[in-house]
Design a protein around this ligand. Structure first.
Ligand code: ZN
Length: 328
């Protein structure tokens, strides 16, 4: 492929910022609306990768609580297939299991990071089209995911962000497990992705995605589990903590990336509740999805294909998880 962007832009080993401003803002971020207000305060999106986070106005913290997200699935299509996209090369696989945590504020905490899709899914359509039970109904084992016009696949994106996120969380002392690390030919199926988090007794789980919505639609959104109780699915005990996790991630994602919440789902909150995703329905631990941007929009794609931006994305997700786990 002619694409030569992110794979040549190595992760930047940044120290986790825990200066007074970071701590203060993290403590004051209750939800996505605050994140949006902070976003507005720093002057909106910059097409070059965000407006930075040096000028966060803490006055935004006095602005009340977020309104509820729009229920239902909206127009998002996180698992939309893009059969025309080809699999691009990814970084060499490394073991899925993390190294033992040494020390840090998250010592003893387990985080499961789920890179959506799998670069090999394009070559295993028969296997991933197999139906699996997600409690409420049956659904495909997995999907190929979407891609940018230039052929940068969602599966490559999710793996890269997941690896960066793992590094950041391990630096905080967490034990991190990836559900896949391009170390298997396809999948796992969505039910297994949930099971991995459950069996690890994860304190938090996050599934990384990028959306395949229409060009012109922009921004990120965090998907929260709705309350479902059917078959093997029973999310009633995780709805509350998952919302808390999702609000922390959304607020920190805005601050770290400068990206705006989705302008096409969620009513500007950056939060969407869904009851049709097996990875959420079957989870028994606090879990959210994040759609980091829209790969089908050229401006969002310019961000998603930037290694520097992906590092900011991982930083925002990490700080949201840290905030959630330290606040319990
Ligand atoms: Zn996806």
């Amino acid at each position: 492929m002619s694409y030569t962007g992110p794979d040549f832009d190595p992760p930047r080993p940044r120290r986790f910022r825990r200066g007074p401003l970071t701590v203060a803002v993290a403590a004051l971020v209750p939800g996505a609306l605050l994140g949006w207000l902070v976003y507005e305060a720093v002057g909106g999106p910059g097409d070059g990768g965000g407006s930075g986070n040096a000028s966060v106005r803490t006055s935004a913290a006095s602005s009340g609580t977020p309104s509820g997200p729009s229920p239902g699935s909206g127009s998002g299509s996180p698992d939309g297939k893009e059969p025309s996209a080809s699999a691009t090369s990814t970084a060499p696989p490394s073991p899925s299991a993390s190294a033992p945590a040494a020390s840090g504020p998250l010592k003893g905490k387990v985080v499961v990071v789920d890179p959506g899709h799998n670069p090999g899914n394009f070559r295993h359509t028969g296997e991933i089209n197999r139906q699996v039970d997600i409690g409420t109904n049956r659904k495909e084992c997995d999907t190929t995911g979407t891609s940018t016009d230039a052929g940068y696949t969602e599966a490559a994106f999710t793996l890269d962000v997941a690896r960066r996120l793992r590094t950041l969380l391990e630096r905080q002392g967490a034990t991190v497990r990836l559900t896949q690390n391009a170390d298997r030919p396809y999948g796992p199926c969505v039910d297994e992705r949930a099971r991995i988090g459950n069996q690890a007794r994860a304190d938090a789980a996050v599934s990384i995605h990028a959306d395949g919505s229409a060009a012109g639609n922009r921004g990120f959104h965090v998907i929260l589990p709705g309350a479902v109780h059917a078959g093997a699915a029973d999310t009633r005990r995780i709805v509350g903590p998952s919302r808390a996790l999702g609000e922390r991630i959304a607020g920190n994602f805005v601050r770290a990336t400068g990206s705006a919440p989705s302008d096409y789902v969620g009513g500007g909150t950056g939060l969407v509740t869904r009851e049709d995703l097996g990875g959420l329905n079957l989870s028994t631990v606090p879990k959210v999805f994040i759609e980091c941007g829209n790969m089908r929009d050229s401006k969002d794609a310019a961000l998603l294909t930037s290694g520097a931006w992906r590092q900011k994305a991982a930083q925002g997700i990490s700080e949201g998880i840290v905030s959630f786990l330290r606040g319990r």
